[in-house]
Design a binder for this molecule. Sequence first.
Ligand SMILES: [Mn+2]
Length: 322
Amino acid sequence: MEGRLARMADFEDPCDMTSSDLRILGVPMGIGGGKPGTAMAPWKVREKTIVERLRGTIDHFTVEDAGDVLPEKPEEGSRLERTAEWCGRLRARTEALSRKGAIPLVIGGDHTLAAGSLSGVAATHLARGEEIPGVLWIDAHVDMNTHRTSPSGNPHGMSAAALLGLEIDHLSDVVGRDGRIAADRIAFLGARDIDPGEQKHIDELGLPVFSSDEMHRAGIEETVKRALMTVSPNGEPFMVSFDVDVIDPAFAPGVDTAVPGGLSPGQIHETMRIVGEHAPIVAIDAVELNPETDVDDRTSELMITALATLLEASAVEASRHG
Ligand SMILES: [Mn+2]
């Protein structure tokens, strides 16, 4: 008991945290997507020893499991209200971690959670008077619907829109004015399924989309580097929101919304290496893994190894700066 209390005290006031401290938060949220199975992903990746494996790959970072973020009122209100309440609790956690200098690695859960995870880190930088970190949105989708344009009404297709300040019931309240990300510092990478309403929002805001087609055609290195020139043109710190459905469903069937034409395992690893080497990363989401539709844990395995590649490359980047 004494040991447990001591550890909790450490967690409440970890004044020794630095940007080399990675804190894993699980968010077993499935209600924002089309299939509830994504809620099982944090359990699945822990079963597959993500904490130990990331620790083993990268000695530059200290890796700790900070547990799950859960909603207070899971049964109350509309889907948007429930996901927003949950995202609000996540926002408080990532904000506290980033204020202490740690990097939150948020394992979803559906992609709605980005409205909480990234707004918390953006708010920390804004409060410090720093530039808001750019966002690399790696995803088959762009999540730029509002509740007015969404064909499905699924909140997981609205999180990027909420972060950019488009009006979405309840979800916009979580982002607030201080949690918004900058429209000139986000790039979408790997997109290949964009709804008409989303395209309209993208055109209006002038957001750069680097499709999976372009990645196949122009090559991974050229396309990823061009995307990074928007997100972090001069090596500024940035955030990565990684939806595993960017990988082709032939290799990663364990997702909520599968779209053909995605990346091969080799291509996602090359992408993660280039992204990690670019500049300091201050927040990571890894979302939309659905263990229920997975085959032989292929998708959870790819999620873990892709994160290991990203962090390994990031450690190399960090060691260059001492
Ligand atoms: Mn997606």
